[in-house]
Design a binder for this molecule. Structure first.
Ligand code: PLP
Length: 369
């Protein structure tokens, strides 16, 4: 079967090998006589799936021992409430607004704590740059500082994490890494908590991964729902309530797939990062080298995962999308708040998929000229 290339921003493409394994194990997982969907989350079969998934992503992302990895439900949007419920103590939190997602996060947090906007990149052109951390006004009383490290809609990505300590702030850094988790390494020395919905780079929707430093557990507000209390979830190995078992299984297969990747003498996440750099370069060079397409984001903070671009003649948008679909290049329409096109090129998108897109873009431009 020749599958099309899926450029969806999320839920997004899953590696074909993962889907094939899941299909072959659908009716009978490893001789258990059960589909993973039918297993008790407390049975030895599922516990083994869970433990392997946790250990593999811990190894891949080099998560230090003093961090807990939690598999939760509710997605990134729920985390926008769960983080302040657990970390703010009803006090103040810093937010750096760099696009639609961090904007949503600070708005939701206002229900639970006092929000201080430490910096913003809002401009008439939209969210197209990153404010220099040296210029952030970090409130000394804030209990944490929230950033979105990859703005999925605007295509803005932090290429390095800010060092809050060097900026004179002891507040832990919270990162929403939903749309670039596992696409590059994470410098955990700068992070207190990271969260991400699985449906961009880790697996299916319904699973949220939270990586939290142990000393941040145990300070939840009294109103925090028990199932969303990080300490309760951590103390119960993510099984206080029934976790999203099938999504954890598919994520675990994806982690195994990630571990098998090798490229340029690198393996795992380093190999993935190498490939992601090559994919992004190929696409941005095609955009910048064309007369028809353009991207508005500052070169220094262009996302490797989500590439929004525009046609200079917007009347050609529908023809562009129809031609792409006919070529097996799916879901390229931009987010409604930004317009134009967006190619999401997560881990599961091979270089050949980006090459096919670039070839099509050149052909479409030449035909129109
Ligand atoms: C997709 C996404 C979310 C929201 O995820 P949901 O699962 O829909 O709640 C949050 N943050 C970022 C950066 C995202 O890309």
């Amino acid at each position: 079967m020749n599958r099309p290339y899926n450029f969806s921003a999320g839920p997004a493409a899953i590696p074909e090998e993962v889907l094939a394994t899941a299909a072959s194990e659908m009716l009978d997982w490893h001789g258990s006589g059960m589909s993973v969907m039918e297993m008790s989350h407390r049975g030895k079969e599922f516990i083994s799936i869970y433990e392997e998934a946790e250990a593999t992503i811990r190894e891949l992302l080099a998560v230090p021992g003093q961090f807990k990895i939690l598999f939760m439900q509710g997605g990134g949007l729920a985390e926008n409430a769960i983080v302040p419920l657990n970390l703010s103590r009803g006090g103040r939190a810093n937010f750096v607004v760099t696009g639609s997602w961090s904007q949503k996060s600070q708005k939701e947090a206002q229900k639970y704590c006092e929000v201080h906007i430490a910096a913003s990149n809002a401009s008439p052109a939209g969210h197209t740059s990153l404010p220099d951390p040296a210029t952030w006004s970090l409130d000394a009383k804030a209990s944490y500082t929230h950033i979105c490290t990859n703005e999925t809609i605007d295509g803005v990505e932090f290429q390095t994490l800010p060092d809050l300590k060097a900026l004179g702030s002891d507040a832990p850094l919270v990162i929403d890494f939903s749309s670039h988790v596992a696409s590059r390494p994470v410098d955990w020395s700068k992070v207190g908590l990271a969260f991400g919905g699985a449906q961009k780079n880790l697996g299916p929707a319904g699973l949220t991964m939270v990586v939290v430093r142990e000393d941040l557990l145990g300070h939840a507000m009294a109103v925090c729902p028990s199932a969303f209390n990080y300490k309760t979830v951590a103390d119960n190995e993510s099984m206080f309530n029934t976790p999203p078992t099938y999504a954890i299984y598919i994520a675990g297969l994806t982690f195994q797939w990630l571990k098998r990747q090798s490229e340029a003498g690198l393996t795992g996440i380093a190999a993935m990062e190498h490939r992601n750099i090559a994919k992004a370069r190929l696409l941005y060079e095609a955009i910048d080298g064309s007369q028809l397409y353009f991207n508005k984001v500052d070169a220094a903070c262009r996302s490797r995962m989500n590439v929004p671009f525009f046609l200079r003649d917007e009347r050609r948008n529908d023809a562009f999308l129809a031609g792409a679909k006919a070529r097996g290049l799916l879901q390229l329409k931009g987010h409604k708040s930004v317009g134009g096109m967006r190619a999401s090129i997560y881990n599961a998108m091979p270089l050949a998929g980006v090459q096919a897109l670039v070839d099509y873009m050149r052909e479409f431009e030449t035909k129109q000229a």
